[in-house]
Design a binder for this molecule. Sequence first.
Ligand SMILES: [Zn+2]
Length: 432
Amino acid sequence: MCVLSRQPDKYRSARRYLACVAALLSFSSALAGEAAVEPSDNGVDLLQDTTLDTDSRSSETSAAAENLVEAVPAHEHLVPLADAVTTAAGQSAPLVLLGTEILPGTAHRLSWSATELFEGVPVSTPVLIVNGKMPGPTLCLTAAVHGDELNGIEMVRRVLHEIEPKKLSGAVIGVPIVNVQGFRRGSRYLPDRRDLNRYFPGNPNGSAAARIAHALFKEVIAHCDALVDLHTGSFERANLPQIRADLRNPDVVTLTQGFGSMVVLHSKPTVGTLRHAATLAGIPAVTVEAGGPSELELAEVKHGVKGIETLLTTLGMVRKIRFWGDPEPVYYRSSWVRADNGGILLADVSLGSTVRKGDILGTITDPMSNARTELYSPYSGRIIGMARNQVVMPGFAAFHVGIEADDVIVDDDPVDIAVKPGNGGYVDGMSE
Ligand SMILES: [Zn+2]
C-alpha cells in the first residue's frame, strides 16, 4: 500500500515517489499506452508553437496573446497586494472553484480536467485548496507545467498540507501537476510535443495545448490574486533556487520581496507563458526555478518551500515566521557562457559556486581528437544555473553566471553585461 507521508525523506528515490504519486492519483492503467494527440487543430491556434522558435516575443504573437487575455475578466486590484490582508474587511467568503463551494476555515482536494476527454478517457489532476477562516488574498501555486519538473510538485504538497485553515487569512490554491500527460510520460512536453507554457492564456478552439491552457486559466488561474509558477532548469540543466520576475510591475516586486533571501532575476516573461498571461490579466505572477528536471532534489525543495512559506508570512496570510540569515532578496544580472566547440562537457564548478573573472568553469574535450578547450568566467559572480556533464554542440549554453546588483534592475535587456556578442541572452526552453 502506498501512503504519502509528510516525511518524504523516507522515499529513497524519485522513482518510488513518483510511483506513489501516480498510484494515489489513480491513473487508469488503460491510459498507460498514451498515443500522440493529433496535432492538426479544429480551430485556429492564435499562438504559434514557439518551442523551437526564439522569436516568441514578436509583436504579432504578443498582440494575439493580449486579445486572448481580454476574454478573461481582468483582475481588479483596489489595493496593492501587500495590503490585501490588512484592508480585507469582515468575514471571509466561501470560495467557489470548479463547481464546488469551499467554506472558510476548510481544506479540500478537488479534481480538474483540462477538457472532458483525452483519448476518450478522462484525464484529471488534483487541485488542493485551503480557504482560510479570515479574509485575504488568494495565492495560487502551480507546478509541473513542464511534466518532467518534479521539485515543484513536492513543494506544493508540502506547503498546502502545512497550512492550517483556521489560521489562514485568504486562500491558497495549489495545482501540483498541471501537465499531467507530460508528467506521466516523464516529458517536459504534451504528447504532441507542444510546450504548454507557450500557450497561455489559451484558446478553447485551438490546439490541445491551447485548450488545456484555456481551461486552467479560466477555471483556476482567474480566481487568483497572485501566482507562483514553479519550474526547474530544462534539458539536463539545473538552476540555483531563484525567482524570475518582471520587476516593472509593483505587485510583482511585492511578491519577489516576500520570499526572503532568494536570488531574483529581472526577466520579461516570454509570450505564452503562464507568468506572462497571468500578469497581463492583472494577476501578479513570478516563476520560481529550483534544481533540474526529472529528479527530486530535497535541498531545492526545502529552499522553495521556505521561500513560499515566507511569502505567506510577508503577505500577512499566516503568522509563522521563517528564519533567514538575511531576509532581503538579492538581485542579479546574468549572462550565459556558451560552448564554442563540441565535445564532452565536464564542469569545474558547481551550482552556487562563487567565481572570479577568468576562472575555469569547465572543459570541453573532443572524444575523437582529444583536443581540449576551456570555458572561462567572463566576470566575477556566482553560478546560478549550469548544465550537467554531457556531450554538447557548439553554441550550447553551459554556465549561467550571475553578478550581484545593488538594487532592483529594470533594464529592457537583463543580460546587458554579456561580454561577447551573442554570449548570453534568452536561452529557449532553458527554464519556464
Ligand atoms: Zn519549466
